[in-house]
Design a protein around this ligand. Structure first.
Ligand code: ADP
Ligand code: MG
Length: 586
């Protein structure tokens, strides 16, 4: 209750606002609401997903012009044009998204600028859209027989939209799909290896952001009752981005805060600066720019996180999710050939990191891949898991070639892995990180998540993640941010995440590095148990006591080539191995 108090007060204030406030303030609040809807899309797209767009104003324009034209020229009902506008926006966003989202780095923001400018000029130059004069006489909206004629009335529709959009976004981010989306910024390789289709996730957030912008445009057109191209230009696109960044990119509330601050600040500066300076001019833009730089420098995550610190603390210890176990894939009988890598070669330009390397892993065995630093072990892991596919050679997993498979396909087929350089989402809890491993064991989509229809599945996924965390001995850290754990523990979190996918074969790249003696023993016990249950484990590890005590078979590499293979005792006495490790013995 205490935790919800600020929210309840906020909604109460919103509800009584138009009854108490002067006309001017209500108008300002209407604009803040309209901007907030667009900024919410940017929070998802840019803040959470890491995809920068300067072109959102164009989508606002698409929603506004669609309804303006159809209602005035063809007399279509505004509620119908809302959906037509959304369909049109979706079509445009999907087309643009498929083209631009492939472009990495600075090409994407440049692409968004390009289409932002193009659409703006399209609005201004198409004759039937009224050119630069625009379209007037847009009808009002009726809501259940109540005609929203004044700004005071329209206010309720705007802010209801804002609250619903916030709720849907909040729900989405707290779900299986939300975890996949949150992995887009800095975790694409990991997420793909856990079975997430990251290209699809990018398109989805791009689409959601565009649709929110389109809804804002529809509202704008019927509030203002005329449209022209000006508010849909690239300047406004940049300003939307300012709002999201200033308010707190990545936070649902940041969108509202940012929209509010930018709008009020600009208004205030516009009113006061000319008086203060004694001359007229667009001084607010200059001052606004300077304030923006200051905010970016002082509060990189925007102002919302600073404000949130004043909120009442979240209540007590969190409950460990509990639910029935998820269905598991049929266990492999010990001795079944899981992995068959044959003559695998991997070149990086002139460097041959793996040279005709072959190895196999069976169900119910621990196979260790050892060799000095730089021998090519991690490269081999990347070839096997299709994270960075081999240049030549054949790899079969469960008797099927992996030649055309992406790493997420292999995850679906029962292969999971950890990374030598830990790939966790540091700000997310251990529980959420591990739940990403269980991504393919659920199937609820974005819409179910936004509408909270995914809860039964969600609790099962989280319960599975919790079980794996308990299994690896990290129960006490379940709700800690993954990045706050010691590096050795983070490696163990990666093992739990791999286990959450219910793999038949697990690839572990230096899992014991950074662990203390007892922790290593516990890890070895766990791996033995998994092996006895029929899992195949391919292990890279430098701690020779750990490897020799655990592995059933060992492949030794040096300079990308296999120099020995066999049982631990055979390998240990092999002169080439001793030479590679000790630099030659008599
Ligand atoms: P190990 O895991 O056995 O220590 P790696 O597989 O990481 O060795 O590296 C093997 C060799 O391949 C090293 O010489 C390394 O510098 C090189 N290498 C690894 N990844 C890349 C890459 N993406 N681009 C170029 N060279 C690479
Ligand atoms: Mg390595």
């Amino acid at each position: 209750m205490m935790r919800r108090l600020p929210l309840i007060l906020f909604i109460a204030a919103l509800a009584v606002g138009p009854q108490l406030l002067p006309e001017f303030t209500v108008t300002l609040l209407n604009y803040i609401g309209l901007y907030a809807v667009v900024a919410l899309g940017l929070v998802l797209l840019t803040g959470v997903g890491g995809l920068t767009s300067f072109g959102q104003a164009a989508f606002v324009g698409l929603g506004a012009y669609t309804t303006a034209w159809l209602t005035t020229v063809h007399g279509v009902s505004p509620w119908l044009t809302l959906f037509i506008g959304l369909a049109l926006t979706a079509a445009v966003a999907l087309t643009l998204g498929f083209i631009t989202l492939r472009m990495g780095g600075h090409y994407l923001p440049l692409g968004t600028i390009a289409w932002g400018i193009s659409l703006y000029f399209l609005f201004g130059n198409v004759e039937f859209l009224g050119g630069h004069t625009g379209i007037t006489g847009i009808p009002t909206i009726s809501l259940l027989g109540w005609e929203l004629k004044s700004g005071r009335e329209f206010y309720y529709l705007i802010w209801l939209t804002v609250l619903l959009a916030m709720l849907a976004l909040h729900n989405l981010l707290d779900s299986r799909q939300g975890r996949a989306i949150r992995a887009l910024k800095g975790g694409v390789i990991m997420a793909e290896a856990m079975g997430v289709n990251t290209a699809r996730a990018k398109i989805v957030i791009f689409l959601i952001a565009a649709l929110l912008a389109s809804i804002s445009g529809w509202l704008y057109a019927h509030l203002q009752r005329f449209v022209n191209p000006t508010p849909f230009g690239i300047n406004q696109g940049i300003e939307y981005l300012f709002m999201a960044v200033m308010g707190g990119i990545g936070h649902v509330w940041g969108a509202v805060l940012g929209a509010g601050l930018v709008t009020v600040l600009k208004q205030w500066l516009q009113d006061w600066l000319p008086t203060l300076l004694g001359q007229s001019g667009n001084f607010e833009i200059i001052v606004f720019g300077m304030i923006m730089i200051l905010v970016l420098q002082r509060a990189r995550d925007g102002l919302w996180p600073m404000l949130a610190r004043w909120a009442p603390a979240t209540t007590g210890p969190r409950r460990v999710p509990q639910a029935d176990a998820l269905p598991r894939r049929p266990a492999q009988t010990a001795g079944t050939l899981l992995l068959d890598a044959h003559d695998v070669t991997k070149r990086f330009g002139g460097l041959v990191a793996n040279n005709k390397l072959s190895l196999t892993v069976q169900a119910g065995e621990v196979m260790a891949l050892i060799g000095p630093n730089g021998a090519g072990k991690s490269t081999m892991f990347n070839c096997i898991s299709a994270v960075d596919p081999a240049t030549e050679g054949e790899i079969a997993f469960l008797s099927a070639s992996t030649a055309d498979a992406a790493s997420r396909d292999l995850a679906g087929r029962g292969m999971s892995r950890t990374f030598q350089h830990v790939r966790l989402l540091g700000q997310m809890t251990v529980l959420e990180n591990v739940a990403i491993g269980a991504h393919l064991r659920g199937n609820k989509g974005v819409v179910s998540a936004a509408l909270r229809l995914d809860r039964a599945e969600e609790v099962r996924l989280l319960a599975e993640a919790a079980r794996q965390i308990e299994r690896v001995g990290l129960a006490e850290h379940m709700f800690d941010a993954a990045g706050s754990l010691a590096l050795g523990q983070q490696r163990i979190v990666e093992i739990a995440r791999a286990l959450a996918s219910d793999p038949a074969l697990m690839l572990l790249d230096e899992p014991a590095a950074g662990l203390r003696y007892r922790e290593k023993q516990a890890l070895a016990d766990l791996l033995r148990k998994l092996r006895d249950e029929g899992m195949g484990i391919l292990l890279v590890e430098h701690d020779m006591d750990f490897v020799m005590g655990l592995a059933d078979r060992i492949v030794v590499m040096e300079f990308g080539e296999k120099i020995a293979e066999g049982k631990p005792e055979e390998v240990q006495s092999n002169p080439r191995v001793l030479e590679a490790y000790l630099g030659g013995v008599e």
